[in-house]
Design a protein around this ligand. Structure first.
Ligand SMILES: Cc1cc2nc3c(=O)[nH]c(=O)nc-3n(C[C@H](O)[C@H](O)[C@H](O)COP(=O)(O)O)c2cc1C
Length: 344
């Protein structure tokens, strides 16, 4: 059996395989109330039926002012719990473990008239005016992460991922490129990490399951201000001490620019491997891992512990069955036996 499709204990979860559906916004909450619609059931349900070990649902707002768009899912109020709980139940029924990615978009809340941020530095020239968060505002947002975690727990999720990547609020605090504060939330690495540590404590107080975090290990910034790999290794150790079970390694999103090197299959995996070698917790990799042979190679060579698939699963709900064929893995089972006839 391939390592990709064999059961494994990773990131505090017992999974039927090492394929995770990477969190991806769908912008399908038409009524702007943060509540899941039939689209979410069909969209995630199809990926569960296809055999994905863990589905991490899209960026889900802990505060309406922290939405990437007004069409995001949310867990900022109790009315959002029952439909989300039904979604989690349905995905469990179809055989996947389910997690949620909790997020506050900060300065990247695109539909917000006056978004909030650690410092009043806009994402890009055409961004809206910003408000710098007071210490009281920060305490409120930390509490909101805790309350959203409680709602996710009530809905029955298996894990929670804190979104610390792609230039959203926690990433804005972590990077000296976007954080110019002179209080205890800015300046030193320890200070820039403070809100992350408080968010982890708030989530931990309300959720007994494994907590993961997604990080962007480079801002593609050339000013000399971005965190170094040494800084990320220090952050990795603090996350380990805080009880984080897996670091989901991504890159970019803080600035309106892409990689400053040629993008190729698995281009983000070296960042994951470097961090993995510095910590004693699991690390996942994401980014152009559509080729199952490459995914298997990464796992076999301990470059990462888990593979996240994004766009490949948007294009092809049959990705896992195709991967099983390509890897000559005859043990892979689809959810519904009648589908096997389609694999012959
Ligand atoms: C439509 C779309 C929406 C996305 N939304 C999110 C999101 O909500 N949270 C997140 O952490 N990453 C998000 N991403 C990034 C993906 O999770 C993934 O990291 C990225 O697409 C690279 O992986 P891939 O090459 O397998 O697609 C999104 C990507 C796409 C294509």
């Amino acid at each position: 059996m391939s390592k990709l499709l064999a059961p494994a204990n990773v990131g505090g979860l017992s999974l039927k395989n090492r394929v995770v559906m990477s969190p991806m916004c769908t912008y399908e909450v038409i009524r702007e109330n943060g509540i899941a619609t039939p689209f979410h059931f069909a969209h995630y349900g199809a990926r569960a039926i296809s055999g994905v070990g863990l589905i991490i649902t899209e960026s889900t707002a802990v505060d309406p002012r922290g939405r990437i768009s007004n069409n995001d899912l949310g867990l900022w109020n109790d009315e959002q719990v029952s439909e989300f709980s039904r979604l989690v139940d349905s995905l469990h029924y179809l055989g996947s473990k389910v997690g949620v990615q909790l997020n506050h978009a900060g300065r990247k809340a695109a539909d917000e008239d006056v978004p909030v941020a650690p410092s009043a530095i806009a994402f890009s020239d055409d961004s809206n005016k910003l408000v710098e968060l007071s210490k009281e505002d920060i305490a409120n947002i930390v509490a909101e992460f805790g309350q959203a975690a409680k709602r996710a727990s009530d809905a029955g999720v298996d894990m929670i991922e804190i979104h610390g990547a792609h230039g959203y609020l926690l990433n804005q605090f972590l990077s000296a490129v976007s954080n110019k504060r002179d209080d205890e939330y800015g300046g030193s690495l320890e200070n820039r990490f403070r809100i992350v540590s408080e968010v982890i404590d708030a989530v931990k107080a309300n959720f007994a399951g494994p907590i993961w975090i997604r990080l962007s290990l480079t801002d593609y910034d050339e000013s000399g201000l971005q965190n170094t790999m040494g800084d990320w290794e220090q952050i990795g150790k603090w996350l380990e001490e805080a009880g984080i079970k897996l670091i989901d390694v991504s890159t970019g999103g803080l600035l309106p620019k892409g990689p400053n090197f040629p993008v190729h299959d698995g281009y983000q995996t070296p960042f994951a491997t470097e961090l993995k070698n510095a910590v004693n917790i699991d690390v996942s990799t994401v980014g152009l891992l559509d080729n199952p042979g490459l995914a298997e190679y990464i796992l076999q060579n301990d470059q990462a512990d888990l593979i996240m698939e994004g766009r490949a699963l948007l294009r092809n709900t049959n990705w896992l069955a195709d991967a099983a064929k390509e890897l000559h893995d005859h043990d892979f089972k689809v959810f519904d036996a009648s589908y096997e006839r389609g694999q012959k």
